[in-house]
Ligand binder design. Structure first.
Ligand SMILES: C[S@@+](CC[C@H](N)C(=O)[O-])C[C@H]1O[C@@H](n2cnc3c(N)ncnc32)[C@H](O)[C@@H]1O
Length: 229
């Protein structure tokens, strides 16, 4: 019988430790949220992460997905950074070479290579590769300026299945918040991760939504909140 605590060759805690060891922005509590959300997705789920950098959040999402049959995690990044990173806001060094970041991403995410599909290109070019209503979850953490977030939302929302989940990082960044509110209206916010569901009664990821609702009561997160707009 499969070990309930095992996700591929590691336990949940081991996946999270590995993810935390990768350079990046996502806080440990947020990595845990991503892992747990991914672990609730159904067989055959198709997930897109926009903005992967060196793979910190990617490994958490991938670890949560890995034991579910037929899943795919599409990792979208041009690996040349965002404008704020180029100004030196990166926790490491400013980007000189997208190739070096790309290679580091590949190394760091090797444990999920069986479910990982890397799309080394812009968010807009990647979106053109997906049919409308074909994705279960789109997680947005690419450029954080208002126009970029708005464009990502406008482009990717139609790619979600009815009932699919759209979410992203850094809700407390005012540009992100403004774009998310404009496109999604009411969203839930947990730590700095916001999330919303594409409206439909036919949600194929109802379990995920239940997980979010249920987990609120029992997860030790720093801040929990929801916002009405
Ligand atoms: C904040 S970092 C992602 C951090 C990552 N999620 C983590 O947890 O470590 C933003 C990433 O988005 C990428 N990016 C920014 N704008 C993009 C765009 N329009 N298309 C593709 N990638 C983009 C950058 O290259 C960078 O790697």
């Amino acid at each position: 019988m499969a070990d309930r605590d095992s996700y591929g060759f590691w336990t949940k805690d081991q996946w999270l430790q590995k993810a935390e060891s990768i350079d990046g922005w996502m806080r440990p509590v947020e990595l845990k949220l991503l892992f747990e959300a991914a672990a609730e997705l159904p067989e055959g789920a198709r997930v897109v992460e926009l903005g992967c950098w060196k793979g910190r959040s990617t490994l958490a999402i991938g670890g949560g997905l890995i034991r579910t049959p037929g899943v795919q995690l599409f990792c979208v990044d041009h690996f040349t950074g965002a404008p704020n990173q180029q100004a030196g806001a990166s926790p490491t060094t400013p980007i000189e070479n997208g190739e070096a970041i790309y290679q580091e991403f590949l190394r760091n995410t090797e444990p999920i290579e069986l479910i990982r599909v890397v799309l080394r290109m812009s968010s807009q070019n990647a979106a053109a590769k997906f049919e409308n209503e074909s994705l279960d979850w789109v997680f947005i953490d690419a450029s954080h300026d208002y126009h970029s977030v708005l464009t990502d939302l406008q482009t990717w929302l139609p790619r979600l299945r009815p009932g699919g989940l759209i979410s992203g990082h850094d809700y407390h960044d005012s540009s992100v918040k403004r774009a998310v509110r404009k496109m999604c209206g009411q969203v839930e916010v947990w730590d700095s991760i916001w999330y919303a569901r594409r409206n439909s009664n036919r949600s194929p990821i109802g379990k995920l939504i239940q997980w979010i609702a249920g987990a609120k009561g029992k997860q030790p997160v720093d801040t929990i909140g929801s916002e009405e707009v």
